[in-house]
Design a protein around this ligand. Structure first.
Ligand code: GLP
Length: 239
């Protein structure tokens, strides 16, 4: 694992955006695995800035997102499709028909997951990840085993609590989500993890130094041969 220390959120975002832009420049038709949450927002902002300066071209890029809340429509401001549109896709020249997010409106988990598995047969060149407070990646929550493929998860109390800030009340937070599996994430050629803030310090320590266990889903990244973690000082405070 390559651990890259950033001074703060802004520095982390710029460093992460540098890695993503290098990927896009070196392979304009690359497949980017993208993430939501507050951690990558600054990275997306920086990419948009460089796009506006004419330094980046997303015309041939394809993107595959990690996850989506079950039951939320793309128009719902809390859905991850809406997040991706407003935080990145609407501001760059990516072809939206080549951006993929699981279909939160498909009520049948089997159908939703099978459809997404078809899409993610594409190999991902660079997968961007955030880190949940409990060590989750995508919506792969702590569990007894690592889930290989796209599946429907019941969100844990910790995740519902962490994500309620985006909703009007805790009751509005969906209890289930569709997420790409750990197996699909691990198949990406390169993985980039952005981690910011003291509330991630325990999860980051367990990810890097702890045993590889499905109780800390991100710990599996120790087995990947091309992972870069960009973390700010607060997130690294327990290392
Ligand atoms: C959600 C997302 C994850 C994300 C995590 C951390 O649960 N499904 O992909 O990494 O939140 O979010 P944040 O970056 O807001 O702390």
């Amino acid at each position: 694992m390559n651990i890259c220390k950033a001074k703060n959120y802004q520095d982390m975002s710029r460093k992460a955006a540098n890695i993503i832009s290098a990927q896009v420049i070196m392979k304009p038709h690359c497949v980017l695995g993208l993430a939501t949450g507050s951690s990558p927002i600054g990275t997306y902002k920086q990419l948009i800035e460089w796009y506006n300066k004419g330094d980046l071209d997303f015309a041939r890029v394809m993107s595959i997102n990690l996850d989506e809340y079950k039951g939320l429509s793309p128009e719902n401001p809390q859905s991850y499709r809406y997040f991706m549109n407003t935080n990145l896709f609407d501001h760059v020249n990516i072809d939206k028909t080549r951006t993929f997010v699981p279909n939160g409106l498909e009520p049948d988990p089997e159908k939703a997951c099978a459809a997404y598995e078809e899409i993610i047969r594409q190999s991902i060149d660079l997968q961007l990840l955030g880190l949940g407070r409990n060590g989750h990646i995508g919506f792969n929550e702590p569990a007894d085993s690592f889930a290989r493929e796209t599946h429907c998860v019941n969100l844990t109390e910790s995740t519902i609590d962490a994500n309620k800030r985006f909703f009007e009340s805790e009751n509005d937070v969906p209890r289930q989500a569709y997420t790409m599996g750990i197996g699909s994430i691990m198949k990406a050629r390169k993985i980039l993890v952005v981690v910011s803030g003291e509330d991630k310090a325990d999860a980051l320590k367990a990810t890097i130094c702890g045993p590889i266990t499905p109780q800390v889903p991100a710990s599996i990244l120790q087995l990947h041969n091309d992972v870069t973690i960009v973390a700010d000082e607060a997130a690294m405070s327990k290392l």
